[in-house]
Design a protein around this ligand. Structure first.
Ligand code: PLP
Length: 451
């Protein structure tokens, strides 16, 4: 449909190159312009209401009109709108947030480093790990392990740790020596008749084997999301993390938990790390850290990481890494208020109970001809769409069925995201019982329309 000349749609087409969008198709169909938000809902420029079943990009935990965050931003903006944290400078909000995060950490953590996006935080983790290896006199210890279907961001370094073809194809990627493992997705990756337990054992053996092949002394760290998000909401088998960590410990390999989606309640406890019994050396945080009201991210590092880095910065003279907006006062003030809200309103236990309701309602759709698998934990889930249940295949091209259901969902007042042929559900943590039921009911209608 051609956009009316000079309309917002036409101007968006004329001037705006969108991320993660087909730029040619955008010229044909134009944007969906979102105008305002309220609770779990957003409204487009024609006033049509949508349930935001993905909380924006897995991120708006407290919903779309939290006044306390507006007030926190306004107050800090009036007092000190900007200051930096280079060369020993600091300010109240960044100190308060650092202390708060260390207090919340589910395993002992020592220091917080502030960044602005998940990708920057992942890049920072990678650089600090390399810096540490050099500090320890182990310059060969630089290789990184990730899993297929991982999403760790899109900068040149983080983008290479991501293992999704669309984020690599036609780009030049430069991080050397990335070792990629099988994604822990039983439905797609298990051998016929293989139990979840045996599948987890096989994946841990694969890890062990790849470490031996690459040379144990050359591997610095494994980066992993507790639940893989953008790769399709992959919830690993129950014993997966225990088995993987046993292998990493054998070879003294650091573990980085990418909590960018899982952090702050998403999996039904405060961190994915807690839900799965993970003991990381670094935790990467973003999204629900500030509910994405402002761009915020951070990483927490333990003493095993901090101590050699501190020594090296002393030897070199400075830790030569940081961003103009690292620990920005308005961002950190908003993030702190957001975390207070999550705690005061018990949003983590709400995520656990609403998640149970959401997954039970989605599981009722398992008998639908287009549903192959429903998977999830806490308040994050995915529905794997198939046309042929036995062959586990979709329509002609991978992703076509997902796109079709997604289109019907949007027409029917439900914004979600099709990751290939999986539909994701990751609504704001504030969702109520009635809203969960309405969300799943709108999805069921979309499924029927796609038949
Ligand atoms: N890590 C994970 C697990 C993510 O889901 C994302 C973004 O979706 C990132 C890292 C990158 O975050 P950003 O888009 O803020 O760079």
């Amino acid at each position: 449909m051609a956009a009316t000349p000079n309309s917002a749609e036409a101007r968006d087409i004329a001037y705006h190159l969108h991320p993660v969008t087909n730029a040619r198709r955008h010229q044909e169909i134009g944007p969906l312009i979102i105008d305002r938000g309220e609770g779990i809902y957003v409204y487009d420029s024609n006033g049509k209401q949508y349930i935001e079943a993905l909380a924006g990009l897995w991120s708006v935990g407290v919903g779309f009109n939290e006044k306390r965050l507006v007030e926190a931003a306004t107050k800090q903006m009036s007092k000190l709108p900007y200051y930096h944290t280079f060369t020993h400078k600091s300010h109240g909000p960044v100190i308060d947030l650092a202390e708060k995060l260390i207090g919340m950490a589910p395993v002992p953590m020592s220091k917080v480093f502030f960044t602005n996006s998940g990708s920057e935080a992942i890049d920072t983790a990678l650089k600090l790990i390399w810096y540490r290896s050099n500090a320890l006199g182990l310059p060969q210890k630089k290789k990184i392990i990730v899993r297929n279907r991982a999403y760790h961001g899109i900068t040149i370094a983080a983008g290479n740790l991501t293992s999704l073809p669309a984020n690599h194809t036609s780009f030049e990627m430069i991080v050397p020596d990335v070792i990629r493992l099988t994604a822990p997705h039983h439905y797609r990756e298990a051998k016929p008749g293989e139990s979840e337990e045996d599948f987890a054992t096989r994946l841990a053996e694969e890890l062990d084997q790849k470490i031996i092949e690459a040379g144990p002394d050359t591997i610095a760290a494994m980066f992993a999301e507790p639940v893989q998000g953008a790769g399709g909401v992959i919830v690993p088998p129950a014993t997966y993390w225990e088995k993987v960590q046993a292998v990493l410990a054998k070879y003294d390999i650091l573990l980085v938990a990418d909590e960018v989606i899982c952090g702050f309640g998403r999996t039904g406890t405060m961190f994915g790390t807690t839900t799965f019994g993970i003991k990381p050396d670094i935790m990467v945080l973003s999204k629900q850290l500030s509910s994405s009201y402002l761009p915020a991210s951070a990483l927490m590092i333990n003493d095993r990481v901090f101590e050699p880095i501190a020594d090296e910065s002393n030897r070199v003279g400075v830790l030569g890494h940081g961003y103009t907006a690292s620990g920005h006062p308005v961002v950190t003030a908003v993030a702190l208020e957001n975390l207070k809200i999550i705690e005061e309103r018990n949003l983590v236990s709400n995520a656990a109970s609403m998640g149970e309701r959401m997954r039970a309602a989605l599981r009722k759709l398992e008998s639908h001809p287009l549903v192959g698998e429903v998977r999830g934990v806490g308040l994050i889930a995915a529905v794997e769409l198939v046309k042929d249940k036995a062959a586990k295949t979709g329509l002609g091209k991978a992703g076509e069925l997902g796109a079709l259901v997604n289109k019907h969902a949007q027409e029917n007042g439900l914004i979600s995201r099709a990751m290939g042929d999986s539909m994701a559900f990751c609504p704001p943590l504030i969702i109520t019982e009635a809203e969960v039921d309405e969300m799943v009911s709108r999805f069921a209608t979309a499924l029927d329309l796609a038949l």
